[in-house]
Design a protein around this ligand. Structure first.
Ligand code: GLU
Length: 485
């Protein structure tokens, strides 16, 4: 018995825009399966459409895959470099009789299409039109008459066992003799894909289920070229929460948008993996090694997946808390500098304070932007007071708030040291002496020194902000409560 050969998979994007989340998800599934099985994950840039393909888009695809941690094996294949082989394959099919030259003119095709429209019938090329004798063909070739190459669809049924959908069958009579080579010698998509997948030795074609209708044509081409069929796995489309296709404008459908918004790559990969696959047991939060451990093809879904941005943010919050601090820290400090909350020099001046601050904040945030927002009071002199927090915690009873904050300030001023160990008993004693629950003191204090209602534990807050800044903010808040009506 020989061990099964490891599979060869590929991701084959067209470089005509940004890296779409749907494409990234498909790439991730291919990558996971290759890595899990010791197979290969190849990358092919389908750039035969020269008018729409751009180098910028190719770079965005590379960057997006790298950001997600999806490394590929072997050299990147550029489909446009293989046109000579595509053409040779088309000619091979003419030679073996499974394809033929079609000299029907564009004008004639348009007339036939208009006739079919008038009869309200779908237009389908009728091979009885292609009745040129070998002599006529030679003459036409000699005078340089343009022709396309069409595949001669045989009778019968074309079927395959899809890894996701099970048996899928198409009646060949529903498929017209399709063009495989244009009159300018360039290949049609289905030929280019099959020719390249054969040359790359692909054994599993895993792609979006919008390609199911191409698959019977591709299978026919494999057979005509005498090549072994790969397995096919058609993974579901991704829809918005309204059930419609993701739109570029309404949904951030580009992977780069999420990178820009400060989503962690491991969170993005985790979220994408659950679009069309689930490991069962309600397991959702998975680090990359866990994704690899759990991923199997038999748990791919048939039904369209829903791209829920709230869930992505929630997932990101989970990863923000769980990833190693060393991985999160540089992303947060970059964002702090970019948003003008701190300078790099300021952050570098006290690296352990910076690390401690980020470590405290990350567990309460879903996005890096939220961390940045929460970090402001610790790094900037001017506190921005959140109106909602102020009205809920301070303005309900202005006099009582001013009174409790004054007593709090006195207790803090008199504490023997500005450490959590010294400040905590001071405030707890105050609460007891006033017969108040500790929260009645901590909440207004938190709003007074941070401007926010969410923060790390109050003693961490006080030590991170420091004595002078904390006391000054308290004094200013007390003033504000006393002077405004
Ligand atoms: N280039 C095709 C696309 O972007 C993918 C082709 C394939 O995976 O077979 O949809």
């Amino acid at each position: 018995m020989t061990a099964a050969t490891p599979p060869r998979l590929r991701f084959a994007p067209s470089p005509t825009g940004y890296l779409h989340v749907g494409g990234a998800r498909t790439a991730l599934f291919n990558w996971l399966w290759a890595r899990k099985t010791g197979g290969k994950f190849l990358l092919r840039i389908e750039d035969t459409d020269k008018a729409r393909s751009t180098d910028e888009s190719t770079q965005a695809i590379f960057h997006g895959l790298e950001w997600l941690g999806l490394d590929w094996d072997e050299d990147v294949i550029f489909q446009g470099a293989n046109v000579a082989r595509h053409k040779a394959d088309a000619e091979r099919l003419v030679a073996n009789g499974t394809a033929y030259l079609d000299f029907t003119t564009v004008a004639e095709l348009e007339r036939l299409r208009a006739d079919a429209d008038a009869r309200k019938e779908p237009f389908r090329f009728d091979r009885r039109l292609a009745t040129w004798t070998p002599d006529e063909i030679s003459q036409k070739l000699a005078v340089g008459e343009p022709f396309t190459i069409r595949f001669r669809v045989p009778d019968g049924t074309t079927a395959w066992d899809d890894i996701v959908h099970g048996r899928i069958a198409f009646e060949n009579k529903e498929i017209e003799d399709f063009i495989i080579l244009r009159s300018d010698g360039t290949p049609i998509y289905n030929l280019a894909v099959v020719s390249d997948d054969i040359a790359m030795g692909i054994t599993i074609v895993m792609r979006g289920d919008d390609h199911i209708s191409n698959t019977p044509k591709q299978i026919l081409l494999y057979q005509a070229l005498g090549a072994t069929l790969p397995q096919f796995a058609h993974v579901p489309m991704i829809h918005g929460t309204d059930g419609k296709k993701l739109s570029k404008r309404r949904d951030a459908a580009a992977v780069g948008d999420w990178e820009y918004k400060g989503i962690l790559p491991t969170a993005m990969a985790n979220f994408l993996a659950l679009l069309g696959w689930s490991p069962g047991d309600d397991l959702e939060v998975m680090m990359p090694d866990e994704l690899l451990a759990h991923f199997t093809l038999d748990r791919l879904h048939k039904k369209a997946a829903i791209f829920d941005t709230q869930k992505l943010e929630w997932m990101n919050g989970q990863h923000l808390s769980k990833r190693p601090l060393a991985e999160v820290l540089p992303r947060v400090t970059d964002a702090l500098v970019r948003h003008g909350v701190a300078t790099q020099a300021q952050l570098d001046a006290d690296p352990s304070r910076t690390a401690h601050l980020v470590d405290q904040l990350r567990v309460r945030a879903r996005t890096i932007e939220e961390v940045v927002k929460q970090a402001r009071p610790y790094l900037i002199d001017d506190v921005e007071y959140d109106a909602d927090a102020v009205s809920r915690s301070l303005l309900k009873d202005r006099i009582a708030s001013a009174d409790i904050l004054s007593a709090t300030r006195d207790a803090l001023v008199n504490a023997p040291a500005w450490t959590a160990e010294a400040l905590e008993p001071a405030l707890r004693t105050l609460a007891e002496s006033r017969g108040l629950a500790a929260g009645k003191i901590f909440t207004p204090l938190r709003v007074a020194v941070t401007g926010l209602s969410v923060s790390p534990g109050i003693f961490d807050v006080l030590t991170l902000i420091g004595r002078d800044r904390s006391l000054e903010r308290l004094a200013r808040t007390i003033d504000m409560l006393a002077t405004t009506a």
